[in-house]
Design a protein around this ligand. Structure first.
Ligand code: P6P
Length: 331
């Protein structure tokens, strides 16, 4: 069955049709969230075009300064960030936008005027661009219409997300999204300029003998991680690591396994950011039937953030594979 027909019957469902279809399940819905998801769709199509043309348009490489994370800012990081800020800024439902590339969230409308806060990593893994590796956009959407939230109202636990997803700019452009009703997958068809639905209610495999982490940091991992790696290698596990969270998590969602970014000497709290990397990925993984933990005792989605760019250790993927890691961390 293709995305376009099955038994000669047309089955084409675009992202726009899917969003409106899901909106009908919420009688009280006003369409504001749908409008924001539509803004993310057009933004990521624009970013996809920039990514595909990067070497042709000479927008590879870094801009020569560091972002708020202390990382070399790539030219396309800036372009992707500006596309998202500009597009979302025009959607009246958006009160606040927060980006990995901006030190502080940007207040677009007062509490009560805008209903949502949209957080994003505009181009995750952008250091892979120069070598044509997978890169992606990650997004997380929180409600922001509680007057009590007048100050830092975006600092909410990931369990409060109303939507989350990513776009992977890989061998094809894939959008993975959840609004809390499971995980649905779309592929951008450049011929028609639309994201086309190719899978609904995607479920992560319970097991797969594959782990994904940067073993170059092994010497400074907490001991339990090394115990796990010794066990996994003795039990025939394979190692897969792209170095871009979106690409690594996408593989885990489709094939199973476990992705980790442990605490290291260089990143004692872990490297990945809670609000716009760990939380959206954790929502997708859990919605697909997986597990997403920061420590054996701490579920990622339960963490109440204290800062917009705070970092967190990440262990996520197939439930059985996450459990193997947790068992070795708890020894
Ligand atoms: P390392 C990319 O820079 C990123 O934020 C994630 O996408 C990725 O999982 C991680 O950092 C890779 O970090 O230290 O292995 O290069």
């Amino acid at each position: 069955m293709s995305a376009y027909s099955s038994n000669n019957q047309p089955t084409l469902v675009t992202l726009q049709a899917h969003i409106l279809e899901q909106q009908t399940r919420f009688p009280e819905a006003t369409g504001t969230l749908s409008w924001i998801l539509s803004a993310l769709s057009i933004s990521t199509k624009i970013i996809a075009n920039h990514v595909r043309r990067a070497r042709l348009d000479d927008v590879l490489g870094n801009v020569g300064n560091e972002n708020v994370q202390g990382e070399q800012q790539q030219k396309l990081d800036v372009i992707a960030n500006e596309v998202l800020l500009r597009t979302l800024g025009k959607r009246e439902g958006v009160a606040v936008v927060a980006s990995e590339e901006n030190e502080e969230p940007v207040m677009l409308r007062q509490v009560g005027e805008g209903k949502y806060c949209v957080l994003f990593d505009p181009l995750d893994g952008s250091s892979n661009l120069d070598v044509c590796g997978g890169v992606g956009t990650i997004f997380s959407i929180l409600r922001y219409d509680n007057p009590a939230h007048s100050e830092n109202g975006w600092l909410q636990a990931g369990a409060k997300q109303v939507a989350a997803g990513y776009v992977l700019y890989g061998s094809s452009t894939i959008l993975m999204m959840s609004i809390g009703l499971g995980v649905d997958m779309f592929v951008l068809d450049p011929a028609i300029g639309a994201f086309v639905r190719v899978a609904e209610q995607l479920k992560i495999p319970h097991s797969n003998k594959s782990y994904s982490l940067n073993e170059g940091n092994r010497l400074t991992f907490p001991a339990g991680y090394n115990k796990y790696l010794d066990w996994a290698q003795a039990h025939g596990y394979s190692s897969r690591y792209v170095g871009a969270m979106v690409a690594d998590v996408h593989r885990i969602l489709l094939k199973g396994g476990v992705f980790m970014y442990p605490p290291t000497q260089k990143a004692p709290k872990g490297k990945l950011r809670l609000m716009y990397e760990a939380n959206p990925m954790a929502m997708l993984i859990e919605q697909a039937g997986g597990k997403a933990m920061a420590t054996p005792q701490q579920r990622i989605l339960d963490i109440v953030p204290t800062a917009i760019h705070q970092r967190v250790p990440v262990i996520l993927g197939s439930p059985n594979e996450v459990d193997h890691v947790l068992a070795h961390l708890s020894e």
